[in-house]
Design a protein around this ligand. Structure first.
Ligand SMILES: [Zn+2]
Length: 217
């Protein structure tokens, strides 16, 4: 099918993550959807509903490719990894305390770090004040601003490096390798969300790539 479909599909299959999407892919999506509809005989509306890559949620609800929470899947009797697209800001299954690593990476048990689960709830509440895209930008900027190392030995227990060690220890018993990016992303998450929340509450438009909304008369 890829041989007869526009190159949009090959590019998209190579990288299904909306967060790293080339800017030329978005305008080409409509044409790609039309081509798939002609080839399959299905309507564009039903294809768009079934395939998250066509962004029915709109550009303000970016998704990321990940794997469904293994414990949610197990409740439905499914024991294989299930690829899913989730809203990009959702990193944790708050019901089971599982860090939803990027696709292909093992999930992390967060029971030893309940503050990470609490941070996910805080992130979801922030969506009452900003768009998903503003939240994502504020979170990414905050994650970069968190210091890599504690300022002094006395600050270690409050620093994310301490949380990182706790996660390593807790997940080691599942045989999860300790050299995954997911550990750092999870360990830094409460600090990054707290900082992002302060930025959003101070000035929600500071992180927006769009001009401020026009004043209503
Ligand atoms: Zn779950």
């Amino acid at each position: 099918m890829l041989a007869v479909l526009p190159s949009w599909f090959s590019t998209k299959i190579g990288n299904r993550d909306d967060r790293a999407q080339h800017h030329m892919l978005i305008p080409a999506a409509a044409e790609a959807l039309d081509a798939l509809a002609r080839l399959t005989g299905a309507t564009t509306a039903s294809l768009a509903r079934a395939l998250p890559a066509f962004g029915t949620a709109g550009p303000h609800s970016p998704v990321r490719a990940t794997t469904a929470c293994r414990r949610c899947a197990a409740r439905h009797g499914i024991h294989q990894p299930v690829p899913v697209h989730l809203p990009a800001h959702r990193k944790v299954c708050t019901r089971h305390g599982i860090w939803l690593s990027d696709a292909g990476q093992p999930q992390l048990d967060l029971a030893a770090c309940p503050e990470i689960i609490a941070a996910q709830r805080q992130a979801s509440r922030l969506l009452r004040r900003c768009t998903p895209q503003e939240l994502m930008l504020a979170y990414q900027a905050a994650a970069r601003a968190i210091p890599a190392w504690p300022s002094s030995p006395a600050a270690i227990p409050l620093h994310w490096r301490h949380r990182l060690l706790t996660l390593h220890t807790a997940n080691h018993r599942y045989g999860t390798p300790t050299d995954l990016d997911a550990y750092t992303h999870a360990a830094i998450y409460p600090d990054a969300i707290a900082l992002a929340a302060r930025t959003i509450k101070q000035d929600p438009l500071a992180n927006s790539p769009e001009p401020p909304h026009p004043c209503q008369p």
